[in-house]
Design a protein around this ligand. Structure first.
Ligand code: 5AD
Ligand code: SF4
Length: 479
């Protein structure tokens, strides 16, 4: 594939990606034109997905588009005609993994020169990534970002027939595209996007640059999607957004927020409704009340805190303090008794002192989290925190992570033990990874439960009496 005039490409621009205007959000409707409908017949594709549930949902859309074009899902990389890496940019180690993958896939390009190798997702939105692809990864044929998945048919056509390299990344606020086809990855659980983008601009985070401005899907579109999922026999949905608590805040002529949406979705016949992810600063009482009142909204909340130090929270631009976080958390626990809460925490943020870290441990002690994703700060080029002075040695940061993880694991175990001898409802996902005679699924409080049962129960909600409580999972007997 030729690469003569690199100026013809649409390359990302992080400065542009930072802009937020008052402009109305454009809503587009996807339709596959006839010209693209047969391009993929007798050809196959494979998509590798990295990172968050937003990417998993995007992969389902890419697969939906490719299958509308006639492609079928490949069973191996060697037989694929199109391989797309749907990438994550949240931390450096996520990116390093993908550079390694690109290196590994080079050999397939040698075996099959017609193979189209594509890079999509958040990494494609980064300036330095696209520069590196242009200079050092000539064999990558296709680069497109998070804003233009709906244009995949024309990109594939160009790469397939004119053998031109396609590099098209938009650094824009973003639109909403409806009517996108999807090949869902699970048979009884589904992702439902309710909003896109993020306007929070936490100083460490690349997401507002890679995913654009906060924009909410029309409630009618969401309700219709969920109604169809009910008809198709889905048992659980997870509503997706970078900050679902901001849902509806961008509506110009309507006052309709996340709590209203939960109430409306609760009446549609979907057994289980979950959502991710939340920002404490936008979590309101209306949402908590809706959780209390809506039997299908699960008693589980992922509420990222990031740090327990007020100085660090301020430098992170999180808009709350340790005290106000604990106040919101207590309100949530009082409104929805028995709710299980998990969190995200970053250690080693630039300038974090031992005293700051102790504040985080103290917050963990007071919050009684039942789990957490914990991370060492990773410098993301283009974000404000990448320029903050950072003199904490890596070993100290790692040590803090170990100490924190121990503390978090205590909470996990206590969270498991409270279900001992209780009967919980489990949506059966499949057979256990470790034993084919054992089924695995999640309880309403999002606890992994293993028990003996027949695989015909997969996709059903069953009662299980818990007999053993471990840190990471529960064991029980089917009732
Ligand atoms: N370094 C480390 N962790 C990060 N996260 C986001 N950006 C970074 C970064 N630069 C974490 C936050 C967020 C989760 C999805 O990833 O904890 O909640
Ligand atoms: Fe990143 Fe903060 Fe937005 Fe979450 S809320 S995606 S951490 S900027």
């Amino acid at each position: 594939m030729s690469n003569i005039d690199i100026e013809k490409y649409f390359k990302p621009d992080l400065k542009k990606a930072r802009k937020r205007s008052q402009n109305a959000i454009e809503e587009l409707h996807f339709k596959l034109s006839d010209a693209y409908q047969k391009i993929g017949v007798n050809s196959s594709y494979m998509i590798h997905t990295y990172g968050c549930q937003g990417n998993e949902a995007d992969t389902e859309t890419m697969a939906g588009i490719l299958e509308l074009m006639g492609f079928s899902k490949a069973t191996s990389e060697a037989e694929s005609d199109v391989i797309i890496l749907n990438t994550c940019a949240i931390r450096e180690n996520a990116e390093n993994r993908i550079w390694g993958e690109l290196g590994r896939l080079k050999s397939y390009k040698k075996q099959n020169p017609n193979l189209i190798l594509g890079l999509a997702g958040c990494m494609a939105q980064e300036e330095n990534v696209v520069e590196r692809i242009l200079k050092k990864y000539q064999y990558v044929d296709l680069v497109f970002g998070t804003h233009n998945i709906y244009k995949l048919p024309q990109y594939i056509e160009t790469a397939f027939y004119s053998k031109e390299r396609v590099i098209e990344v938009y650094s824009q606020e973003g639109e909403i595209v409806e009517n996108l086809p999807k090949i869902r990855n699970h048979q009884h659980k589904a992702w439902v996007n309710i909003m896109f983008g993020c306007d929070e601009f936490c100083t460490y985070c690349i997401v507002p640059y890679t995913r654009g401005k906060e924009r909410s899907r029309a409630k009618e579109e969401i309700i219709n999607e969920v109604k169809e999922l009910v008809v198709d026999g889905y048992k659980e949905i997870t509503l997706l957004g970078q900050n679902v608590n901001a849902y509806g805040k961008d509506f110009k002529d309507e006052h309709y927020t996340f709590g209203d949406l939960l109430r409306d979705l609760n009446d549609l016949g979907m057994e289980r409704i979950r959502f991710t992810t939340s920002h404490p600063h936008d979590l309101d009482q209306k949402t908590m009340d809706a959780m209390r009142d809506c039997e299908h909204v699960m008693p589980y909340f992922h509420l990222p805190v990031q740090s327990g130090s007020n100085a660090v929270l301020k430098k992170m631009n999180r808009h709350y303090t340790k005290e106000s976080y604990l106040e919101i958390l207590n309100r949530l626990k009082t409104t929805v008794p028995g709710i299980s809460v998990t969190t995200d925490i970053i250690v080693g943020f630039p300038g974090e002192t031992d005293a700051d870290f102790k504040e985080t441990l103290d917050l963990v002690d007071q919050a009684h989290f039942e789990g957490a994703f914990t991370f060492v700060f990773s410098k993301r080029e283009g974000t404000p925190a990448a320029t903050f002075e950072d003199d904490t040695p890596e070993e100290v940061k790692k040590e803090r992570l170990y100490i924190l993880n121990d503390r978090i694991n205590d909470g996990y175990l206590i969270g498991s033990q409270r279900f001992l001898n209780q009967t919980v409802k489990v949506l059966v996902d499949g057979v256990s990874k470790h034993d084919e005679h054992v089924l695995a699924g999640y309880s309403e409080h999002n606890k992994l439960v293993n028990f003996k049962g027949d695989p015909s129960l997969i996709g059903q909600i069953v009662n299980v009496k818990i007999t053993v409580a471990k840190t990471w999972f529960l064991l029980g007997e089917l009732l």
